[in-house]
Design a protein around this ligand. Structure first.
Ligand code: PMP
Ligand code: GLU
Length: 396
């Protein structure tokens, strides 16, 4: 086979594959509503676009330092102090081509073949495959919808072995919308304090899409800042998915390792987008607050319709823009000769029957569930939720 073995260890990102399928069917003229992609549907705020236009006018179009331009790193330092009470020096900050790039850098920088990486389920689609690329071993932790998909400190403690290298998680969580409280994070942090060989990757990309108040960074507890990679970016908070800016704050050795990787892979990310990111991080946060308010309204709207579906088990998401209901009660049921046996089949049933694009829970490590992204208009959401309800109620 021509393709290298390492590619057999991973699959194409399911969120991206479903979004691609939705686009193709729409282009064929089908009345598709896509709830597959985790992407805010708002435009990037004006002041951010203006900064990019200025950068182009000023010919800011050359290669940049690999880890990011100094004024962006300074802005990120200020942001970490202001929003997260985290003190990272600029030599502990690395800017990358999206948080996705930041995460794979950190995983490749930390994980040796055979190392164990603890990942609570459900997890963002790319975590496991990134670990497999690094030839690490995933140790998954199960959670239940009735416990808001949260792990317990006891579960974490029991999973740690001498081979554990890394713990990876996101809060607010993609795909469940769950947000750990400060007390819950402190309890997990206490476990890590007892196991100083474990590093933590805290993916905080949904920090500002939080419906319950203050965001807490796990690196604020005890001595954890010395072994936590705090990941963030501008994609979600500022509706800048296509600009491709992500960043980390990390211990100096890890930051340097990521910079070294990047010096061979991508070089510094897009110069113009870096200037725009400064405007995002240091500028007016009102557009972000407004987007968050819209997401909360949409969450309520979807939740109110979904909770009327008998047998669907649902948590109330406190952040991000996803719903992750447990739909396993519909497995084994049929309509028109089609029997649903798992999340993938339910996902295809919703697509074929009512033209709603979703993502199977199996992509996030939980085959009992299905993910809906509610980052689309209220009109679309009402239509989609009712279509989903109709399709599910037809199954018997
Ligand atoms: N982490 C999580 C949990 C996400 O949902 C996403 C969205 N793609 C990312 C990281 C990556 O974001 P980006 O690369 O657009 O910055
Ligand atoms: N994070 C988004 C999602 O989960 C974007 C897709 C991706 O990067 O995989 O849908």
């Amino acid at each position: 086979m021509m393709i290298a073995d390492r590619l057999n260890r991973i699959s194409e990102s399911e969120t991206i594959a479903m979004a691609k399928l939705g686009r193709a069917l729409k282009a064929e003229g089908k009345d598709i509503i896509s709830l597959s992609f985790g992407e805010p549907d708002f435009f990037t705020p004006e002041h951010i676009k203006k900064a990019a236009i200025e950068a182009i006018k000023n010919n800011f179009t050359f290669y940049t330092p690999v880890a990011g331009i100094p004024d962006l790193k300074e802005a990120i330092k200020v942001k970490f102090e202001r929003d997260n009470q985290l003190q990272y020096n600029t030599d502990q900050i690395v800017v990358s081509t999206g948080a996705k790039n930041s995460i794979i850098n950190a995983v490749l920088a930390l994980v040796n073949p055979g190392d164990e990486v603890i990942i609570p389920k459900p997890f963002w689609v790319s975590y496991a495959d990134m670990v497999y690329l690094a030839e690490g071993k995933c140790v998954f932790l199960d959670t239940r919808v009735s416990a808001d998909y949260k792990i317990t400190p006891e579960q974490l403690e029991a999973a740690i072995t001498p081979k554990t290298k890394l713990f990876m998680f996101s809060s607010p969580n993609n795909p469940s919308g769950m947000v750990y409280s400060a007390d819950e994070l402190r309890a997990l942090a206490d476990v890590f304090e007892r196991h100083p060989h474990v590093y933590i990757l805290s993916d905080e990309i949904y920090e500002h899409i939080n419906f319950i108040g203050r965001h807490t960074s796990i690196a604020t507890f005890g001595t954890l800042i010395n072994r936590t990679v705090t990941v963030n970016g501008v994609s979600k908070a500022f509706s800048m998915t296509g600009w491709r800016i992500g960043y980390i704050g990390a211990p100096k050795a890890i930051a340097y390792a990521c910079e070294k990787l990047q010096s061979q892979f991508t070089s510094g990310t897009n110069a113009i987008a870096q200037k725009a990111a400064i405007a995002a991080l240091l500028g007016d946060m009102k557009p972000t607050r407004d987007m968050c308010a819209s997401f909360m309204k949409r969450r309520n709207l979807c939740f109110d319709i979904l909770k009327t579906i008998p047998d669907m088990k649902l948590n109330m998401p406190d952040g991000a823009f996803y719903l992750f209901p447990d739909v396993s009660a519909f497995y084994g049921k049929s309509y028109n000769g089609t029997t649903i046996r798992n999340s993938q089949e339910l996902c295809m049933y919703l697509l074929n029957e009512v033209y709603v694009v979703t993502v199977a829970g199996s992509a996030f490590g939980n085959d009992d569930c299905i993910r809906f992204s509610y980052a689309t208009s209220e009109d679309n959401l009402v239509k989609a939720m009712n279509r989903i309800k109709d399709a599910l109620m037809k199954l018997s």
